[in-house]
Design a protein. Structure first.
Length: 448
């Protein structure tokens, strides 16, 4: 108990004892001590009830009443109540100001913000941008079902995913030229935040970039073919002085041709949402081809090993998967010093209730610093520019690998340590696995 409250308590208790003592003395003087003390006690109780009534009035009144002056316990209680009410009003005022600031900030955002009740999926609040992007109107749509108000977008299944809902891109039914990106963010146990953004401009710029790269690459193919053809016609033996220059020109023209081919392939992969044709990819034949290509590229400078531990095939595009795997193998050979080892391993992988497979390319090369791993699959991103140029790489191989695996609903995992080599693992789900026995049975049935 604070000193001031303790002092008020003892003061009030002393006053009570003083009143009772005075009543007892007066009662003795008149010969009626007990009735006099009883009346005095009843008077004290009545006075305390009257002060209690004043406290209740102060608590229920919506007015700012100044506490009375005094040193008693009831005056101290009035003072504490007055201070608590003032602090509560101050906190309420600050909270209201913060709420107004947050609402003003949300209202000023160019993205549509909708607060949704989790269980009923009813709209609790939305900002002004939701009027134009989502077609919501205030106050008509407050309290309405979000899936019904945005009925043209068919969001029922997407909202049912809740926390696991992936960002959704869909054409706006209110503006056919606009594309909306929707994200569902759970920010409390009972409320969700729906964020809708117009990404039409970004998609247009991305498409313009893809078209530009594809068109430039296509236009470069013809002049490069002409230059390469004329270089083939020049015999270094007829012009010994030109031999080093012709060899360098041949090497650079071939590198440029490979760069153009990789750009065209990457542009084609980026423009695809799914694989045009799928088939059973015979992995025994694929692994043999990869080993043969690795040995040809290595020219005996590395130790090449191949392991087929899965004993299954894949379902997908044989051409695209060969391109991805071949890029990983050629990168391993390029960035592994002579005398190193490259191992190609195809093994099973258990994923929960399913059974996937992994194709790993393991090398003992230079390794990749951890700071470069998040960006290693970006186009033209190089860990070492000088080493990449010496090896003849285009800087597009891993980007092609990533896009091919995305089309196969697979993922690329990279584990590397400087000086100890790298492991590039392609993880395929169980839906991409095909039994070799089933493939042989189908093949025998197809043969006459």
């Amino acid at each position: 108990m604070p000193p001031r409250a303790r002092s008020a308590w003892f003061r009030t208790l002393g006053q009570l004892l003083l009143i009772l003592a005075a009543a007892a003395v007066a009662g003795l003087l008149i010969g009626q001590p007990w009735p006099t003390v009883t009346l005095a006690a009843l008077g004290v109780v009545a006075w305390h009830y009257w002060r209690l009534r004043r406290v209740l009035i102060r608590l229920t009144a919506r007015q700012r009443l100044t506490p009375p002056l005094g040193e008693g316990i009831w005056n101290e209680l009035d003072r504490l109540l007055h201070r608590s009410q003032a602090e509560m009003r101050g906190r309420k005022r600050r909270l209201i100001e913060m709420l107004r600031a947050y609402r003003a900030a949300a209202a000023a955002l160019p993205d549509a913000i909708v607060v949704v009740e989790r269980n009923s999926q009813r709209i609790q609040w939305f900002n002004e941008a939701a009027n134009g992007l989502l077609g919501l109107r205030y106050p008509r749509d407050i309290g309405g079902s979000l899936s019904q108000k945005l009925q043209p977008l068919q969001l029922a299944h997407w909202l049912a995913a809740g926390r696991n809902a992936e960002p959704l891109e869909a054409s706006s039914p209110w503006n056919p030229a606009a594309t909306l990106s929707l994200r569902l963010i759970p920010y409390s146990e009972n409320l969700w935040l729906l964020v809708a953004r117009d990404v039409s401009r970004l998609l247009q710029l991305e498409q313009m970039r893809r078209d530009f790269v594809a068109n430039v690459s296509h236009e470069l193919r013809t002049p490069l073919t002409v230059v390469h053809g004329y270089l083939d016609m020049l015999d270094p033996s007829e012009h010994p002085d030109w031999a080093p220059m012709l060899a360098e020109m041949q090497r650079q023209s071939q590198r440029m041709t490979q760069l153009v081919e990789d750009l065209l392939m990457l542009s084609r992969l980026e423009s695809q949402d799914s694989l045009p044709a799928e088939e059973t990819v015979v992995m025994s034949s694929m692994l043999s081809t990869l080993k043969r290509e690795a040995m040809a590229l290595s020219q005996g400078r590395h130790e090449i090993a191949m392991e087929d531990l899965a004993g299954v095939d894949l379902w997908g595009s044989n051409k695209e998967l060969h391109s991805a795997f071949s890029n990983l193998v050629s990168n391993a050979i390029r960035y592994t010093p002579a005398g190193g080892s490259i191992r190609i391993r195809f093994r099973p992988e258990h994923q929960g209730m399913g059974r996937g497979v992994v194709l790993e390319v393991i090398d003992s090369g230079y390794g990749i610093p951890a700071a470069h791993l998040p960006r290693i699959t970006e186009r033209f991103y190089r860990v070492s520019t000088s080493r990449s140029r010496e090896s003849g790489g285009t800087g597009l191989g891993l980007s092609i690998v990533k896009h091919v695996l995305n089309l196969h609903q697979a993922r690329l995992e990279i584990v590397s340590e400087v000086g100890r080599g790298s492991t590039f693992a392609c993880h395929f789900g169980s839906d991409r696995v095909r039994s070799r026995d089933a493939y042989l049975d189908n093949l025998s049935e197809a043969l006459p």
